[in-house]
Design a protein around this ligand. Structure first.
Ligand SMILES: CC(C)(COP(=O)(O)OP(=O)(O)OC[C@H]1O[C@@H](n2cnc3c(N)ncnc32)[C@H](O)[C@@H]1OP(=O)(O)O)[C@@H](O)C(=O)NCCC(=O)NCCS
Length: 157
């Protein structure tokens, strides 16, 4: 157990505002649609689990998962940009891996051009198992309106 990691069990406006900011900071460079407060509410209402990482009373990152009977889907993981590469993502992902039961597998969809995240998942034993063509819509920037393929990566527990 990692005492820096908390579970968000009910709507907490202050925490959710922080998660929106962190998501924006982490994903800004990919020009995808920024997630809004309402997206997080929808995740909570769908029964997805939100784990967030706190250090010195500041939230530095989070992971959202959809737990099913035999698999866990990672909806996303995001670390505040200035705090990336400090093993916070590592702690959150490991927490979720330990949270899953032995007969489960985990999977994640990741944009094909997100080389950092692909390396991150490979480091944790995930393998690419399939691809979804034209999955992510570019929301802004010079490629606005075009689409990026997604890779599906899987970890058997
Ligand atoms: C990907 C992400 C979650 C990783 O979390 P993190 O706290 O920054 O990464 P960690 O410090 O735990 O990294 C652990 C290992 O993963 C690999 N890794 C992580 N980020 C990487 C990057 N950008 N490039 C290459 N390898 C990377 C490295 O092997 C790293 O170990 P090292 O630093 O000793 O080399 C985080 O960088 C992030 O929020 N990125 C933007 C959002 C995103 O892409 N989310 C995933 C969507 S599917």
């Amino acid at each position: 157990m990692n005492s820096n990691i908390k579970i968000l069990s009910e709507v907490d406006q202050n925490i959710l505002i922080n998660l929106v900011k962190i998501h924006f900071s982490a994903f800004k460079k990919f020009n995808l649609r920024p997630w809004k407060y309402k997206d997080f509410i929808d995740f909570l209402n769908s029964g997805f689990k939100v784990f967030y990482y706190v250090s010195e009373k500041k939230i530095l990152g989070f992971i959202i998962v959809n737990c099913n009977l035999d698999f866990i889907e990672i909806i996303t993981i995001a670390i505040d940009k200035p705090h990336q590469r400090k093993k916070i993502g590592n702690s959150l992902l490991q927490y979720v891996i330990n949270y899953g039961r032995l007969d489960k597998f985990l999977y994640i969809e990741v944009a094909k051009n997100n080389y950092g995240a692909i390396d991150f998942y490979k480091k944790h034993g995930f393998n690419i198992c399939s691809e979804r063509k034209n999955y992510y819509l570019i929301h802004s920037g010079k490629d606005r309106g075009s689409r990026i393929d997604a890779l599906i990566m899987k970890l058997i527990l």
